[in-house]
Design a protein around this ligand. Structure first.
Ligand code: SF4
Ligand code: F3S
Ligand code: FES
Length: 254
C-alpha cells in the first residue's frame, strides 16, 4: 500500500465568520475525502465539525464543496486528484453555516412540509393499488433521492439569492411535486388540489430556467431536469392553454 502527504485547505468557522486553514495530511490508497477529514479530526483538529453517517453514499449527510464542486465527501475518491493538487473543502454555500463543514439545511425541511402529501384514491383500499409498470418505473427514479440537498445547494436561483428562497422550493421538491402529479393513483385533483398550478404559483417552478446544474451534481444520477422539471413545465402549460381544462376548472371553482 502506498501513501503520500496531501495538502488540504479546510474552511473552519461558524456563523460569525471563518477562513480556510491549511493542513498536510497522510493519504492511503483507496481513500475518499471523508477519510481524510476523519484523519484530520483524529490527528490535528479534534474539534473539526463534519456531518456524516453511512460512508456509503446513501444517507446524504456528508455534502460539501470540494475544489468548488458540490459533492458527497464519502463518494469522492482521493485518486481523482493529482498528488500535487491542494484540495479545498468548504461547506455548502447556499445554507447557513453552523460550524466548519456543517450547515443548517432546515430550509429543505421547510420546503418539504409545504408539499401536500400523496392523496390515497377514493374507494381503493391498501393492497388494492394497481399501477402500470412504466408508472412504477417513472416514480422509482425520483425515489432514489437520498436528500443530500446538493441540487438545492447548486441551483443558481437560490445559491446567491437569499431573497428567492421564500418563493422557490428548489429542484428536489419541484421533483417531488412532479412525481405526485405523474402518479396515476394520486387523488389530489378530486380534492381540488391542482399540483401543477401550485408548482407554478406557490413553489416557484417558473424560476427554473432549466440550466440543469442540479442534474449535474446529483449523486444518484436522477435526471431531475429532463424527467421531472421539464415535463412538469409542459403539463402546466398544456393545462393552462387547454380549453377543456380551462372550462372545467372554471366550473369547479364556482
Ligand atoms: Fe441529492 Fe439528487 Fe436528491 Fe437532489 S435529487 S437531494 S442531488 S439525491
Ligand atoms: Fe435550478 Fe435545476 Fe432549474 S439548477 S434552474 S432547478 S434545472
Ligand atoms: Fe452518508 Fe456520505 S456519509 S452519504
Amino acid at each position: 500500500m502506498s501513501s503520500y502527504e496531501a495538502r488540504f485547505k479546510v474552511w473552519r468557522g461558524d456563523v460569525e465568520g471563518g477562513a480556510l486553514r491549511d493542513f498536510t495530511v497522510e493519504v492511503n490508497d483507496g481513500e475518499v475525502v471523508l477519510d481524510i477529514i476523519h484523519r484530520l479530526q483524529a490527528t490535528q483538529a479534534p474539534d473539526l465539525a463534519v456531518r456524516w453517517n453511512c460512508k456509503a453514499g446513501k444517507c446524504g449527510s456528508c455534502s460539501a464543496e470540494i475544489n468548488g464542486r458540490p459533492r458527497l465527501m464519502c463518494m469522492t475518491r482521493m485518486s481523482v486528484f493529482s498528488r500535487e493538487e491542494t484540495i479545498t473543502v468548504t461547506p455548502m454555500r447556499t445554507f447557513p453555516v453552523i460550524r466548519d463543514l456543517v450547515t443548517d439545511v432546515g430550509f429543505n425541511y421547510q420546503k418539504a412540509r409545504e408539499v401536500p402529501a400523496f392523496v390515497p384514491p377514493a374507494g381503493v383500499g391498501p393492497g388494492e393499488y394497481r399501477m402500470m409498470q412504466e408508472d412504477v418505473d417513472r416514480s422509482q427514479e425520483f425515489r432514489k433521492c437520498i436528500e443530500c440537498f446538493l441540487c438545492q445547494n447548486t441551483c443558481h436561483v437560490v445559491r446567491d439569492h437569499e431573497e428567492n428562497k421564500p418563493a422557490f422550493a428548489g429542484p428536489r421538491f419541484l421533483m417531488r411535486i412532479a412525481e405526485l402529479d405523474m402518479h396515476p393513483l394520486d387523488g389530489a385533483a378530486e380534492t381540488g388540489l391542482d399540483r401543477g398550478r401550485t408548482a407554478q404559483d406557490e413553489h416557484g417552478l417558473g424560476y427554473c430556467n432549466i440550466t440543469k446544474c442540479c442534474t449535474e451534481v446529483c449523486p444518484e444520477d436522477i435526471h431531475i431536469t429532463d424527467n421531472a422539471l421539464i415535463p412538469m413545465k409542459e403539463r402546466v402549460v398544456d393545462r393552462k392553454y387547454d380549453p377543456l381544462v380551462w372550462l372545467s376548472s372554471k366550473i369547479r371553482r364556482r
